[in-house]
Design a protein around this ligand. Structure first.
Ligand code: PLP
Length: 450
């Protein structure tokens, strides 16, 4: 039996067939690009690999390097490429709009913007129908927090430890991981205990964590708050799905304290969780403000804040404007993305393939002691590596080793979490069962080599 297990670990998994040949590459070499990157790009622009891949072309769930070598993209440009790389319908919409009108500003009428706003609003529940377009998730969250402060007259915002909400002033304040924080003035932000079922103080008891928010309101604020902001599944934080029952209890406390509830759907939105279109729906709540980016444009720079007409009124007190927010090329892409998600049943696919993949990863946990936890939903899954299951000691060096080996075998995967020891699996939503098998077989092989 042991011999059979060893044999399987020594058999190289075979990448699924994919009938596509990328165009020949004629650009500079990986070594040239690396040298220029060192000289001309900010040193903050890090990469995970010893030898990073020179990505020159993308097609659906695959990326290609300068030699035409194919890689299965299990990270999806950080949960961003939802329809697939260079999806033909999205490309067509972008090209058509670019040839017609590349930019105008929102000072004029243009249907590319209103058509998408209408389609987006139709995906949201209740009275969430007023859209403000931004260029990124950071901008969307900055605006959402400002609107909540204006609407309520309070400055106090409650966010979660381990959250990531962006890298500008207010959003870096709301972000709660020392890895991502510079010396910003963290005015008015209070960080609640993270309702993390694996590492959190109260296990999976969402109600107990929610009591901490009650405490924060009572002891850390005047009793009146502006907002609560959270992801439904923390992405950068290592695919942490908030403990069940947490959001309904917290939303109720926040509303009692006069605050608004902001759902950051930058990673968990656009069908990624499979079971629902939005992450907040997995906890059966309806927010007052929803922020989004990443998947909204399949990689085109676009973000949005969607709120109710009543909350949106606050922006009529002064002028508020954004040069590129609502650029027609970006919104044309956004509309095409929504249509592709629907036409190709990508939400259902994320649900079916994601559940299958999660089951396979859970089985892998029985084989490899280094896997401490498997979690997430749909095609937003996390695999946490630990050197000691009891102590949950983060396997920081080992994850890099496994990652490098997986890359050499043609699988690109993300990683994150506070300790950097969690695999983040957020591929394009067209990922299929064979892709899932290949990913798990490669991970299995790479772990066997530790
Ligand atoms: N919110 C969440 C949940 C994110 O994951 C991110 C980025 O990773 C952001 C906000 C910030 O988005 P952006 O990088 O587009 O500014």
């Amino acid at each position: 039996c042991a011999a059979a297990a060893d044999d399987s670990a020594n058999t190289l998994p075979k990448m699924p067939a994919f009938r596509y040949t990328p165009p020949p590459y004629t650009g500079p070499s990986a070594a040239d690009i690396s040298a220029k990157r060192k000289e001309f790009l900010s040193p903050s622009m890090f990469h995970f690999y010893n030898k990073p891949v020179n990505v020159v072309h993308g097609k659906m769930q695959y990326l290609f390097d300068e030699n035409g070598r194919r890689y299965l993209d299990a990270f999806g440009g950080i949960a961003t490429v939802c329809c697939g790389h260079c999806h033909p319908d999205v490309v067509k919409a972008i090209v058509k709009q670019t040839q017609n009108l590349q930019h105008s500003t929102i000072l004029y009428l243009n249907h590319a913007i209103t058509d998408f706003a209408e389609a987006l609003a139709s995906k949201l529940p209740g009275d969430l129908k007023v859209v403000f377009f931004t260029n990124s998730g950071t901008e969307a969250n900055e605006l959402a927090m400002m609107m909540a402060r204006l609407y309520t007259g309070s400055h106090d915002i409650i966010s979660l430890r381990n959250a990531y909400h962006g890298n500008a002033a207010a959003t870096m304040g709301a972000t709660a991981q020392s890895n991502w924080k510079y010396n910003v003035i963290q005015s008015g932000v209070h960080h609640a205990i993270n309702p993390d079922p694996y590492r959190g103080l109260f296990g999976s008891d969402g109600e107990k964590y929610a009591h901490d928010v009650e405490d924060l309101i009572q002891f850390g604020t005047s009793g009146h708050v502006a907002a609560f902001i959270s992801e439904a599944i923390q992405g950068v934080g290592g695919i942490v799905e908030l403990a069940p029952g947490y959001l309904p209890a917290v939303y109720s406390s926040i509303r009692k304290a006069g605050g608004l509830c902001i759902a950051d759907e930058v990673q968990s939105g656009f069908a990624r969780t499979g079971s629902h279109f939005w992450g907040f729906e997995t906890q059966h709540v309806v927010p007052d403000i929803v922020t989004m980016a990443k998947g909204i444009g399949n990689g085109i720079p676009l973000g949005a804040v969607v709120t109710t007409p009543k909350v949106a009124e606050v922006l009529t007190r002064r002028s508020y404007f954004n040069t590129f927010g609502g650029n027609p090329v970006c919104t044309a892409a956004g509309l095409a993305v929504l249509q592709v998600i629907e036409r190709e049943n990508l939400q259902e696919n994320a649900n079916i393939v994601g559940s299958y993949l999660k089951q396979r990863l859970i089985s892998l946990k029985d084989k490899h002691e280094i896997i401490g936890d498997v979690r997430g939903r749909g095609l937003m899954l996390g695999v946490e590596l630990v050197t000691d299951r009891q102590l949950k000691t983060p396997a920081k060096a080992e994850i890099l080793q496994v990652m490098e080996q997986m890359k050499d075998m043609g699988v690109l995967i993300g990683k994150g979490g506070f300790y950097g020891n969690v695999f983040r699996i957020t591929p394009p939503l067209c990922f299929n069962r064979e892709d899932a098998d290949y990913l798990v077989d490669v991970m299995d092989y790479a772990m066997s080599k530790l």
